[in-house]
Write a protein that binds this ligand. Structure first.
Ligand code: GLN
Length: 441
């Protein structure tokens, strides 16, 4: 089949199925033209990718799920997207998300919520819920998400697909609309480990446009060849209580499989993990309050009517959604003089401790295993209280705070709902995660 036929087939599926799913915020109107023009000899010629809508696409609307950017057409391209396109891949469209990535269900999208393809009454997870739902419904074979505190892995788990949060710096953040810059990473999402590897080999690697990008060449597809080494797998004790029956069962079954694959298993302790959530919900809003200060009606996106600067600023920023406003308020508070040491300073110190504990753990084991989430997808409206929504991220924020790579893989079902488990590896050992998940697959 030609790139054009592939593009036409996916476009048709999206047009038929997406009106009831809500995975896409925009479609690439030049898709068929681009498909016709692509050089068929390029390695990813005609591969169709869905891109989360907080990742900038040149000439294609990029909203970050926000009313403030509903008319924003970037004049630049995210490095991850530029690299995919240079290899012949095609951007199918932009997927739905919680506004600026703030949420765990896509219910905080300013436009509409996305449905979980396994159950239309349940959320697909978030914030990369559109990308996960598009994959699960086969509206796209490959997708990009972003993960600040779990936004690739949690929706992957809720929708039965694979998602990787790379080591901080392995994928350039250039063109990723900033939420919390010290935690944000673009991550691949797909229906197989091999597809994740394909995406990572395309998008990872150093980038002069992102000073925090790492000089680690991606070797993902190569790492999938050869036998699985006899790795030591640690099960994180702090993540064993309070999980739903389906998650418990998936964990037990996965341990059996990994034992059968020749891994040695042991229970280990990551003592600070239970407090990671509290630290995350100080640090992430703090960084967000600073990053979002740029939306003042002068430079990007929507500008409210008015003559005088402060009035325009306030009227423009009034269009942020409730959750975004809450984060900006919390972030400004924890950074304010008199409170800085009590909140932000302590959370930073905690972050260093959490990281040091992880480093020590990885002297004993080569991989960590824990659930991605304590339970499968929840119904719409079930997490109205913000704290109950925040608690969804219990097991995912640790990897972001520690800068470590983490992969969520489908590991079973609870009734009709998919269950995901998560593997963590030492800093820079992202390839190892894919190798282990491939053996499980
Ligand atoms: N749910 C988390 C939050 O709201 C993580 C989101 C993300 O990773 N972008 O901050």
């Amino acid at each position: 089949v030609s790139p054009l036929e592939v593009a036409q087939a996916y476009l048709k599926r999206v047009q038929e199925l997406d009106p009831s799913l809500g995975a896409f915020l925009s479609l690439n109107e030049r898709l068929l033209q681009e498909a016709e023009g692509v050089d068929p000899r390029l390695p990813l010629a005609g591969l169709v990718v869905a891109v989360k809508d907080n990742i900038a696409t040149r000439g294609l609307r990029t909203t970050a799920g926000s009313r403030l950017l509903e008319n924003f057409v970037p004049p630049y391209e995210a490095t991850a997207v530029a690299r995919l396109r240079a290899l012949g891949a095609l951007v199918l469209g932009k997927t739905n998300l919680d506004e600026f990535g703030m949420g765990s269900s896509t219910e905080h999208s300013a436009f509409f919520p996305t449905k979980n393809p396994f159950d239309p009454h349940r959320v697909p997870g978030g914030s990369s819920g559109g990308s996960a739902a598009a994959l699960a419904a086969d509206l796209a074979p490959l997708a990009l998400g972003s993960d600040t505190g779990g936004s690739v892995r949690q929706p992957a788990a809720f929708c039965g697909v694979y998602g990787l949060k790379p080591t901080y710096g392995r994928v350039s953040r250039f063109g990723l609309i900033a939420y919390a810059s010290s935690l944000d990473q673009i991550g691949p999402m797909a229906r197989s480990v091999r597809d994740l590897a394909l995406l990572m080999d395309a998008v990872a690697g150093p980038d002069p446009l992102d000073a925090t990008s790492l000089d680690l060449p991606p070797r993902f597809q190569e790492a999938l060849e050869g036998p699985l080494p006899p790795l030591r797998l640690g099960v994180v004790r702090e993540a064993l209580a309070g999980n739903s029956p389906g998650v418990e069962r998936a964990l037990e079954e996965a341990l059996e499989v990994f034992r059968g694959l020749g891994l040695s298993l042991r229970e280990v302790s990551w003592p600070s993990l239970p407090q990671a959530l509290a630290a995350y919900y100080i640090l992430a809003p703090a960084e967000a309050s600073s990053n979002l200060a740029r939306y003042d009606g002068t430079l990007y996106g929507v500008r409210a009517e008015g003559e005088e600067v402060e009035g325009v600023r306030q009227a423009t920023r009034a269009r942020f959604g409730l959750e975004v406003k809450r984060r900006v308020l919390v972030g400004t508070f924890v950074l304010s003089s008199g409170y800085y040491e009590a909140y932000y300073g302590r959370a930073q110190a905690f972050r260093r401790r959490l990281k040091a504990e992880a480093r020590a753990l990885f002297q004993e084991v080569d991989l960590l295993l824990l659930p991605t989430t304590p339970h499968p997808a929840f119904p719409f409206g079930a997490r109205r209280d913000p704290l109950s929504m925040y608690r969804e991220d219990l097991y995912t924020v640790g990897a972001n705070l520690a800068g470590l790579p983490a992969l969520s893989f489908p590991a079973g079902f609870e009734g009709h709902l998919p269950v995901g488990l998560q593997l963590l590896a030492p800093w820079g050992e992202d390839e190892r995660l894919l190798r282990a998940a491939l053996a499980f697959e």
